[in-house]
Design a protein around this ligand. Structure first.
Ligand code: CMP
Length: 139
């Protein structure tokens, strides 16, 4: 059953370029409620664990370096059909393939530095949210 929650990170490139406000505005305008949110920085161990599914990929070392190089905004978002609707809002992994008006089309530079993360399933949304937030940080 759908939980109606998803997990997102505004990645280091988006934070460095000053896009936090604009991206949060798009998230609010699309009808998502913020359940949890923080500015934080992943350690190498955090990133290796969070992205463990990609550890055999060629881009894994680059991904870990990128995701640990500066702060991120981590958040849990709530809305009917949250996982799918949020992935529509952010657009394709590669901004070159992302639809017009999506967050990645507007703010992502490349497939590696793609500005924002969105969970790919309800199960992963719960796992990823619990990775970053304790129960008392969710509202
Ligand atoms: P995301 O889909 O949020 O989670 C996995 C991340 O790995 C992805 O965003 C990109 O940041 C990165 N990634 C995926 N494919 C590539 C690739 N071909 N080259 C470099 N980085 C990638």
């Amino acid at each position: 059953m759908a939980t109606n929650r998803t997990f997102t990170m505004l990645k280091p490139d988006a934070v460095e370029k000053g896009h936090i406000g604009a991206i949060l505005q798009m998230i609010n305008a699309a009808g998502f409620r913020i359940v949890a949110m923080k500015l934080t920085q992943m350690t190498t161990s955090d990133a290796e664990t969070f992205y463990a599914i990609h550890k055999e990929r060629r881009f894994f070392p680059e991904l870990v370096t990128y995701m640990t190089r500066g702060p991120i905004v981590a958040a849990i978002l709530e809305k009917e059909n949250a996982v799918e609707d949020f992935r529509t809002l952010i657009g394709a992994t590669n901004p070159a393939d992302a639809a017009e008006g999506t967050i990645r089309k507007l703010y992502a530079a490349s497939i590696g530095e793609n500005a924002v993360h969105g969970s790919d399933s309800d199960d992963n949304a719960a796992i990823e949210g619990a990775f970053h937030f304790s129960g008392r940080e969710m509202f």
